[in-house]
Ligand binder design. Structure first.
Ligand SMILES: *Cc1c(COP(=O)(O)O)cnc(C)c1O
Length: 432
């Protein structure tokens, strides 16, 4: 048997492994696959991985090990998971000003929360209003997952532009609303530039046409509440959560700034009746009655148990501490970027998300991204306009000064020439 030659490795990848291998050898091989991965544990990714520090990781890893094999498909068999899910929903509802009766589920992530929210809004419009050609009204800044949902669940999208401050154009939004609107989408904050939409205005407009209003707080759900507790003047926002009457559902990702490992988000509905539109209940199968709350069938207990442990471990005081240091770091980054000739931070983001654009055609921002990548920093790329994206989280706090120094060097290098203009590709992986 070949082991270590390249030809052997290629051969291994084409065929189902013929014979088993010792665990140690397998784990070594797996570890070697990681050699090219970005160093998130050194704060090198502004996004993708959100590191709450050694203790947070340790408690998550122990909980994950404990619940690695459990299945939340049937919570009657695993009452522990029913309790874990219901705690996470109740705690999040408390944080996001959910009225009594607020009900939700844990999903596998922001995308699944959004898919379920869109599907629930469609079902509600069908059953309450007899609406069969539903539309979703959303700003061009709203997350791509809403378009995925429209694609999967057969809604038409009405896309509204944003103003110079990157908040949705409310006049255009008013024009896009009609008796076919099933859902209006607001973001707190939106991902591309990190600004918080005017949720109260948008949800009132939705309510006036009988539509649902979903707030995408996937990024902000476990940041904005703590930010407002820490510094209401500087970091507070106008009402944006379930405390606003017209908001019918909201999503908040535990696996982002909730600092839980991947695979956990909370989707809340204002009432159990609204949540009912989300569940799929089928009784025409030889396998018996089949009821699922979201898109998955078999559902790992690991992410929700690990998320539960992290939230329990951090508590309000722990999150406040992480949010304070993160938002102070993000502020230093914004000030530092704006001090560089030819670079800008669009909009007025005040929290942990921001983008960097170029105001100088001789300074292509993707080339700056390449020069930063050569120094070991990972930034997602976006546009229009061409931009580098930063989600600042606790893991980045210790390396902000190094990043700022490398940014200045990267800009000098691009200005000195010798680099091509860079590309926006590689923002998200492709499967081709
Ligand atoms: C990350 C994100 C999503 C999608 O969540 P996933 O966990 O990546 O599926 C949706 N909306 C916003 C604002 C996000 O930042």
């Amino acid at each position: 048997m070949t082991h270590s030659t390249t030809a052997g490795a290629d051969e291994d990848r084409r065929h189902f492994p013929a014979t088993g291998r010792a665990a140690e050898e397998v784990l070594d091989e797996l570890a070697s696959h990681r050699s090219g991965d970005v160093r998130w544990d050194e704060g090198r990714t502004f996004g993708l991985v959100f590191d709450g520090g050694d203790e947070v990781r340790a408690v998550a890893e122990e909980a994950a090990r404990m619940f690695l094999h459990e299945n939340a498909l049937n919570t009657a068999a695993f009452p522990s998971l029913a309790a874990i899910q219901s705690d996470l929903c109740a705690w999040t509802a408390d944080l996001l000003h959910g009225p009594g009766g607020t009900a939700g589920f844990v999903t596998s992530g922001g995308t699944e929360s959004i898919l379920c929210a869109v599907e629930a809004a469609r079902e509600r419009a069908r059953s309450e209003r007899g609406l069969h050609d539903p539309e979703m009204v959303l700003a061009v800044s709203a997350h791509a997952a809403f378009h995925k949902a429209a694609h999967l669940f057969g809604l038409q999208t009405r896309v509204v532009p944003v103003l110079a401050d990157r908040t949705p154009d409310l006049n255009a939004l008013a024009d896009a609303l009609s008796d076919r609107t099933a859902l209006v989408v607001a973001s707190a904050p939106q991902y591309p530039q990190g600004v918080v939409d005017p949720v109260a205005e948008m949800s009132a407009m939705a309510e006036a046409v009988g539509a649902s209003c979903h707030v995408d707080a996937c990024m902000g759900g476990f940041v904005l509440p703590f930010a407002a507790m820490e510094e209401p003047e500087r970091w507070g926002s106008p009402p944006w959560d379930l405390g606003v009457d017209g908001v019918t559902s909201i999503s908040a990702d535990l696996h982002k700034l909730g600092y839980a490992p991947k695979g956990a988000s909370v989707l809340l509905h204002r009432s159990r009746a609204l949540r009912r539109h989300q569940t799929f209940d089928f009784d025409g199968w030889l396998g018996g009655r089949y009821v699922t709350p979201n898109l998955q069938g078999t559902r790992s207990g690991l992410p929700m148990a690990a998320a539960w442990a992290v939230v329990r471990h951090l508590g309000v005081d722990g999150y406040r501490r992480l949010v304070r240091s993160t938002l102070e770091a993000a502020e230093r980054i914004r000030v530092g970027v704006r001090a560089v000739d030819g670079l800008d931070v669009p909009g007025e983001p005040r929290h942990h998300l921001l983008s960097i654009t170029s105001t100088d055609p001789s300074l292509p921002v993707f080339a700056v991204g390449d020069a930063l990548a050569a120094r070991g920093w990972h930034h997602d790329r976006q546009g229009p306009p061409d931009g580098l994206h930063l989600t600042v989280s606790a893991g980045n706090v210790p390396v902000v000064d190094r990043w700022l120094a490398d940014l200045v060097e990267a800009v000098d290098e691009v200005r000195a020439g010798g680099l091509d203009s860079g590309s926006g590709d590689g923002a998200y992986s492709t499967l081709e």
